[in-house]
Write a protein that binds this ligand. Structure first.
Ligand code: NAD
Ligand code: PRE
Length: 326
């Protein structure tokens, strides 16, 4: 489906009933707008509305046809919706859940896309009324871009989406949400919020922290005033700068909400770093070569498993390919 097509035009005219009559996206940035594109591509929502704090985001989301109507007020945005997805930074969840709770439709599914699960689930769950199905989720797909212009329909294709339903979740609602993400192009896996947070701490959160730190360390070096770091940055450092360009508010909230798992993984990381440091100090080439060989095997395993599609060279986003940015 062309990206210019609007949310209202997306309602399939065929006799087949869309999966959801109204999807409400609370937050219309990279992930919210990508969900809108992918949902319209799949034709699985009769109507899409949304909510954003900034007037400019609301205007742009309507102009791009991402939503039929963008509201400033979360309760307005969830009226009549049978699927509500929170797509804001996780630090905003508690206030949003408190505000929308009394306005949710009976039988509606409420989900989210947050990069952390355990603490955010605790912020949302107590505000969900009886008869509403809350099932948290996290698509493991993204870029360093933000805002309503950043989204694209292919973002979730072939990527994992993790759902973390509570023990008392309705199996039919879980199955429906799984089906939704599959129709958006994802593979789906179910796990506990705590397990999710431990896995993502090492695969996503600590790597982002390292990227932020290495870019800042380089920036703090004196010769940066001569722009040498920028001038001579190639491969390795440039890859870190891409990740370090990610949204500061989103990542602030990730680290505040996944404190224990991140500290645990940082501890392990620091121990392994000291092993490398000692090997360099003592000229222990065998250890360096062994550890680098092990790491290379992991990278090759990821490529063979087809999980490296977010790399710039793979040209996944037509929009980004056009302007050369990732
Ligand atoms: N960026 C990624 O790579 C990525 C990947 C997977 C999941 N996530 C998760 O998705 C969520 C959104 O991330 P994004 O990259 O789309 O961010 P984004 O900055 O592009 O968009 C966030 C949107 O939320 C809105 N917002 C913020 N506070 C709000 C509030 N109180 N009420 C209503 N709207 C509010 C902002 O105006 C913005 O439109 C985060 O929880 C993040 O952890 C991000
Ligand atoms: O590709 C990127 O830019 C990303 O950082 C995406 C990424 C990741 O770490 O893999 C970032 C945060 C998410 O919650 C999920 C995906």
């Amino acid at each position: 489906m062309a990206q210019t097509e609007t949310a209202t035009e997306s309602a399939p005219e065929s006799a087949t009933k869309p999966m959801f009559k109204r999807l409400s996206l609370i937050g219309i940035g990279l992930i919210g707008s990508s969900i809108s594109h992918a949902v319209r591509r799949a034709g699985i929502a009769g109507d899409i509305v949304g909510c954003a704090v900034a007037p400019e985001t609301r205007r742009r989301a309507e102009e791009l046809g991402l939503v039929r109507k963008a509201y400033a007020d979360p309760p307005e945005a969830v009226k009549g919706a049978d699927l509500v997805i929170l797509c804001t930074p996780v630090g905003a969840y508690k206030k949003i859940a408190e505000a929308i709770g009394p306005h949710l439709e009976q039988g509606a599914i409420v989900s989210d896309v947050g990069s952390v699960k355990a603490a955010p689930v605790q912020d949302i769950a107590p505000h969900m009324p009886e008869g509403v199905h809350f099932i948290a989720g996290h698509p493991i797909a993204g870029t360093e871009q933000s805002g309503p212009d950043a989204g694209f329909a292919e973002l979730f294709d072939g990527r994992w989406c993790i759902l973390t339903p509570g023990a008392d979740a309705d199996p039919a609602a879980v199955a429906k949400l799984e089906d939704f993400w599959r129709k958006l192009g994802s593979n789906v896996e179910i796990m506990s919020p705590e397990h999710h947070d431990m896995v993502l701490a090492i695969t996503s959160h600590v790597p982002h922290l390292i990227a932020y730190n290495i870019v800042n360390t380089a920036e703090h070096l004196e010769r940066v005033t001569d722009s040498e770091v920028i001038k001579f940055s190639a491969g390795g450092f440039r890859d870190f700068t891409r990740i370090a360009a990610s949204d500061p508010v989103m990542w602030r909230d990730v680290f505040l909400n996944n404190k224990d798992a991140v500290l645990e993984m940082l501890g392990r990381f620091s121990e392994d770093l000291i092993t490398l440091q000692r090997a360099i100090r003592f000229g222990d080439g065998a250890t360096l070569e062994r550890l680098f060989t092990e790491a290379r095997a992991i990278r090759r395993g990821i490529i063979q498993a087809g999980q490296d599609t977010a790399q710039p060279d793979f040209g996944r986003s037509p929009a980004r390919a056009k302007d050369g940015s990732k």
